[in-house]
Design a protein around this ligand. Sequence first.
Ligand code: F6R
Length: 240
Amino acid sequence: MKVIITEDYEEMSRKAFEIMVETVKNKPDAVLGLATGTTPLGLYGKMTEDFKANGTSYKNIKTVNLDEYIGLDGSDKNSYASFMRENLFNGLDVDLKNTYIENGSAPDAEKECERYNEVLRGLQQDIQLLGLGSNGHIAFNEPFTPFGTEVHVVKLAESTIRDNARLFDNIKDVPVKAYTMGPKNIMRAKKILVLASGANKADAVYGAVKGEITESLPASILQLHPDCILIADKEAAARL
Ligand code: F6R
């Protein structure tokens, strides 16, 4: 794994932007694996600014997102589908028909997992962006998820519900289940770009980079990927 340590969040976002935009320029029909959460917001801001200023085109780009809350329709303001439109897609010329994510309001969860696995089989990510949970989760793969797992339903860990509550009006509104790509879907990406910022990610970063490869810290599987770059600001990298 290649590790880049930056001064702060801004520099982390800039370096991530350089990698992302290079992927898009080299392959205008690339498949981008995308994440939600606070960490990629700086990167997404830079992508939309660059589109406005320089016209880097996403017309033929396809995107696959990691995860979605169960019980929230894609039009719900707290769904990850809405998050992506608001924070990235609406600011680019990407065709929304080419943006894929699990359907949080699908009537049959098992069928929805199968459907999304099928989508992913046809769309290998040229690059997969990841944030890190404070407990070392990637996407919503909580500790002890078997590494061989594909798209599945998860019951979110208490710590994840607490971490995510800030985005909701009330902690009781945070869904308790979600769909997520499994470690296996993530590891199929040609390249993986992991971002981490802030002291609360220091243990997860340490585990991802230097810890034992173990299902108790899902991000540790990334040590097995042939082309993984982790960009951490100095607070998140404090234990390296
Ligand atoms: C989001 C996702 C999560 C987050 C992680 C970090 O799609 O899959 O794994 O990347 O929980 O979240 P933030 O960036 O909010 O600290």
